[in-house]
Each structure stands twice: as C-alpha cells, then as structure tokens.
Design a binder for this molecule. Structure first.
Ligand code: NAP
Length: 269
C-alpha cells in the first residue's frame, strides 16, 4: 500500500486526509494518507523516515515549509521562488520539494475569466507569499502588499518586485482583487475581526479570503453585501490539494465532487 500524509505542528483538524483518501477511493488506489503531527525538533528524523520507508508523498504545513528545504535532495524553481515547500515527492530516486499553494491561489482567480489589473494582499506571512506570487503570475499591472508589521511588507515587496502599502492606508485605493492572508476572521478569538476597515467595498472588487474556517468570514459577508465577487479560502485549499494529488498519482480528481466532500466535512464541524 502506498503511504502519504501531512506533517505540521499543531495539525489540528486537517482537511488534507479527507481530500486525499477520498481521491484514492475514487480511483481504486491502494493508498492511505495520514496526519503526522511533527514538532520542529522531530523534522530531521521524520525526513529520515520518509527516505527509509519510501513514503510516497508528504504535504508540508506550518512550521516546516522553510525548515524542510535543506533536508531535501532537490527544491523546485517554483518553491524556491516562493521560499516555501508544501509538497514532497520522489523524482527519479531523489526527494524533491515543490509548492502547490501558488497554483491554489491562481486557479480560482483564473477561473473567473475576468481581466484584473490591480491586486492587494493583506498580510505578509507564508500564505501572502503564495498569493503575491500568484498575482504576479497573473500579470497584473500593479500588486501591493500591506501588513501590520511594515518591515515584513517592505521585505516581501522587495523580494517579489511589488509595492508595500502602509497598513493604516490599505483601504485608500481599493484594488480589482483583494486577498486576505491574515488570520483576521478565522474561527476562535479573531472570528469577529475584519481586515477591511471600511463599511463597504466597490462592487467590482474580487475578494479572496484565504481563511476557510468559517467559510463566510466577516470580510466575505461584507464583500457579498457590497455586491462583490467572492472566493473562499476553501478554493485555495482545494486546488493546492488537487495539484498534489496529480503530482503524486498522475491522476485528476473532479474539482466539484472534491469540493462537495470538503464542504460536507466542514459542515460536520
Ligand atoms: P503567518 O505566516 O503566521 O502570517 C500571518 C500574517 O497575518 C502576518 O503577516 C501577520 O502580521 C498577520 N496578522 C496576524 N494577526 C494579525 C492581526 N491580529 N491583525 C493584522 N494582521 C495580523 O500565517 P500564514 O501561513 O500566512 O497563514 C495566514 C492565514 O492564511 C491563516 O490564518 C490561514 O487561515 C490562511 N491560509 C489558508 C490556506 C488555504 O489553503 N486556504 C493556506 C495557508 C494559510 P505580522 O507580520 O504583523 O505579525
């Protein structure tokens, strides 16, 4: 049986096993996908286990996306560009790291089929890097990044060739596409928070919230009320996962059916 799984810490209720195990069943594959909670200090031993046991594929999440890079034989150009690995796979006997988070951000925006000229990413952490890379790949005329800690926005802006926008001024020039990559709005203590400080958004704005729990964050509710097009963070999760599945098995999964599976699990709470 082929073995796959996700490493991170804390892992919480990861949706990745739901998606991948459903995918194996769809294709009748003899494979299983587990969740391996792996604290920082256990990462080198875990990578040794991947090599010793020939684990076929691994999803990598916080806090290992950068730390795993020096432990691998190869890191793809895409992962190097984003500065993070979220997927491990075997490539001609070599353990390789790549990144499917950019694809996860890119596909939902491409699927809109709209011409987008400007984009603003709120936040400057790991998810922001994928979002900025995706907006750059879309070829927008202008991309901005705004973060509570201005230094981090400046660094990210310099690295990706985009513009840093002061956090206090993030609302001043609403972009064609607004991406929230902060945890503001996430279930728990931040659920009632909204990273957009105004009471409305221009109706032509596309609003993509990378948070997916809850599915309708305060930001997405405001965007809906303003008549905007909205994309939930589940779309990023779905498409990064479908890309991983394809890299590991060479097979496609039906995105609509996969989304239903994930929604059913989220609705179970
Ligand atoms: P991260 O690396 O810790 O970065 C978090 C960013 O949010 C930082 O820039 C931080 O700003 C900012 N931030 C945190 N708390 C804030 C607050 N109270 N007010 C304003 N800004 C705040 O985390 P990440 O990996 O980028 O993940 C961020 C979010 O993206 C997560 O909450 C998760 O929901 C979502 N995400 C979704 C997917 C998906 O598949 N849909 C994948 C990854 C992440 P400072 O620099 O000032 O601290």
């Amino acid at each position: 049986m082929d073995q796959y799984g996700i490493i991170g810490h804390p892992l919480g209720h990861s949706l990745s096993p739901v998606l991948h195990n459903w995918g194996y069943a769809q294709h009748g594959l003899e494979a299983r996908y587990d969740a391996w909670d792996t604290p920082h200090e256990a990462l080198p031993a875990f990578i040794a286990r991947v090599r010793a046991e020939g684990i076929q594929g691994v999803s990598v999440t916080i806090p290992h996306k950068q730390a795993v890079m020096p432990l691998l034989d190869r890191v793809s150009t895409k992962a190097r560009a984003v500065g993070a690995v979220n997927t491990l796979l075997w490539d001609r006997g070599l353990l390789k790291g790549t990144n499917t988070d950019v694809t996860g951000c890119l596909i939902p925006l491409q699927e809109l089929g709209r011409t987008l000229r400007t984009g603003l990413v709120l936040g400057a952490g790991g998810a922001a890097r994928a979002a900025v890379a995706a907006l750059n790949e879309l070829g927008l005329d202008w991309v901005g990044v705004s973060n509570r800690n201005r230094d981090k926005a400046d660094k990210l802006a310099l690295e990706f060739g985009v513009e840093a926008v002061d956090w206090q001024e993030r609302y001043k020039n609403p972009p064609d596409v607004l991406v929230n990559s902060t945890p503001l709005g996430m279930s728990g203590s931040l659920e009632n928070e909204n990273p957009w400080p105004m009471r409305s958004l221009p109706s032509e704005t596309v609003v993509f919230d990378l948070v997916y729990n809850p599915l309708k964050t305060k930001l997405l509710l405001l965007a809906e009320q303003s008549g905007c097009t909205t994309i939930s963070g589940l779309e990023m999760f779905l498409h990064q996962g479908l890309k991983q599945f394809k890299l590991w098995t060479g097979l496609d999964l039906d995105a609509d059916a996969a989304r239903e599976v994930l929604l059913a699990r989220l609705n179970q709470g």
